[in-house]
Design a protein around this ligand. Structure first.
Ligand code: AMP
Length: 464
């Protein structure tokens, strides 16, 4: 899995993405960002929901970093990037995203659109902004009023070009493009490519790379929560979370087959209907458990990484990492089970002290720091035996077999009447593999800090 850091984005941008909960790039971002960072022209076939805004905005911002400054002189803040959108709604949305992406860099952005008093926009333009998001008509009003200059624009983005054409903006676009310096980077995004759009692309773009993403590649949002807890209290904490938050359709990952069975048993004893799927279960057993889970008759499905590969449940709301995976990529695959098909999901990780190094690896891979949230009554220092636990707790550092699933080391002797599955030999039987979906992960939301300078127009015009 590619991370934003691997795409070559600067630390201050990565920090902002982290705070926004972006972990991994969407397919369009993965393709556009490296190319655009190099300054190549791009023709993108992408709709809203694919993450196209960040795809063009992030490299644009990065390329402006050498110009970022905190000077109060307007001359130090000429318009360097121009983003044109067909509607005011899209313009506002794009500029809001840019504000968030530039939170830690001294670059100014502003949105201007028609239908509101132009005089409210002029004073801000006069103070200077590096990134201007505009609807074409209003931009030309400002040009005519001489309230802005476009002679230092080095990046042009046409967003939703087909809609701009539909709305009759073609003449305006031509006029605007004629005002821009010839040496610039151009990016054009459109959902459709009728002849007129191709002609427009030919006239504006310089040897562009055509990038297309599947229509159904939708941005997925997963809230990530990390609960530090003593390893002996994980079962109790899980039961507590499920009951107190009334969680349903919870997919729980354990690191071992043994732990998988045991946890399902313990949850059942705690009154939470659960089943387990792992490498020792036949494909038929797994399908049965999965069907029951999908139908809602099983509230919790406990699974190992190997067994979970074939799971495909639309919009699974909760994934719990009962044990953190030792391989950070597994974490991304696991949480990719939630929030699928554009729905929101939550990934909850129960992290014991000995797992903090795995958490660090995961954070490194996803480029995000996951803030720990201690559940009252489950402070990590406090270990006690859960009331419903039927056998002594084990350590949480399982060994790894060479078959893909981990087996606990030095397991105690089987208790009488124990689930026979505990003793069944391991047979790797996973033939079903699912492609990992692009995972867009949102950590526990942090406090939003209002950008004081940028875009006062948005609030001025709210509700208009
Ligand atoms: P867009 O297609 O640009 O309108 O983006 C759709 C939604 O996905 C917006 O709410 C973005 O904030 C969000 N989004 C875009 N890229 C990512 C990402 N890599 N991770 C998480 N969310 C994202």
């Amino acid at each position: 899995m590619t991370t934003f850091a691997e795409l070559g984005l600067a630390p201050d941008i990565l920090r902002a993405l982290d705070e926004m909960g972006y972990v991994s790039p969407t397919p369009i971002q993965e393709q556009v960002i490296p190319l655009a960072l190099k300054g190549g022209d791009i023709l993108g076939a992408a709709q809203t929901g694919t993450g196209k805004t960040a795809a063009f905005a992030l490299p644009l911002i990065q390329r402006l970093l050498p110009f970022a400054n905190t000077s109060t002189s307007p001359a130090k803040h000429p318009i360097r990037a121009l983003i044109l959108t067909p509607t005011r709604e899209l313009a506002i949305q794009v500029e809001e995203a840019i504000q968030a992406y530039t939170k830690h860099v001294p670059l100014r952005s502003l949105v201007v659109y028609g239908g509101v008093n132009i005089n409210t926009q002029i004073p801000i333009l006069k103070t200077g902004v590096e990134i201007l998001v505009a609807t074409p008509g209003r931009l030309l009003d400002h040009v005519q009023n001489k309230t802005l200059l476009l002679n230092q624009v080095n990046t042009l983005v046409l967003d939703e070009a087909d809609r701009m054409l539909d709305m009759g903006f073609m003449p305006d676009l031509k006029r605007i493009v004629a005002l821009l310096p010839a040496a610039r980077v151009n990016m054009m995004f459109s959902a459709t490519f009728p002849e007129e759009i191709r002609k427009l692309a030919d006239s504006i773009l310089n040897n562009p790379t055509f990038i297309e993403v599947a229509r159904n590649t939708t941005a997925v949002t997963v809230t990530q929560v990390v609960h530090p807890v003593h390893h002996e209290r994980k079962r109790q904490l899980l039961a507590h979370l499920i009951k107190s938050r009334d969680l349903r359709q919870v997919l729980v990952f354990t690191g071992t087959k043994l732990g998988c069975n045991r946890l399902a048993n313990e949850l059942n004893k705690a009154g939470i209907h659960a089943d387990a799927i792992h490498g020792d279960k036949t494909q038929q057993e797994r399908i049965k458990a999965l069907d029951a889970f999908k139908a809602g008759s099983i509230r919790v499905l406990v699974a190992t990484d190997v067994a979970a590969r074939g799971i495909d449940i639309e919009a699974l709301p909760y994934v719990v990492n009962y044990d953190l995976p030792h391989n950070p990529e597994d974490y991304v695959h696991r949480i990719g089970r939630t929030g699928r098909a554009g729905a929101k999901g939550e990934a909850i990780s129960l992290v014991s002290e000995s797992e903090t190094r795995y958490l660090k690896d995961i954070e490194k891979l996803i480029g995000t720091t996951l803030d720990p949230v201690i559940v009252p009554g489950f402070e990590p220092g406090a270990a006690d035996v859960p009331s419903y636990q039927s056998r002594p707790p084990r350590g949480d550092r399982p060994g790894r077999s060479d078959r893909g699933e981990r087996h606990e080391r030095s397991a105690p002797r089987p208790a009488p009447g124990r689930d026979t599955l505990f003793d069944a030999p391991y047979v790797a039987s996973d033939s079903v593999r699912a492609e990992p979906v692009p995972v867009l992960v949102r950590p526990t939301p942090k406090k939003q800090v209002a950008a004081l300078f940028r875009s006062p127009l948005k609030s001025d015009n709210a509700g208009q």
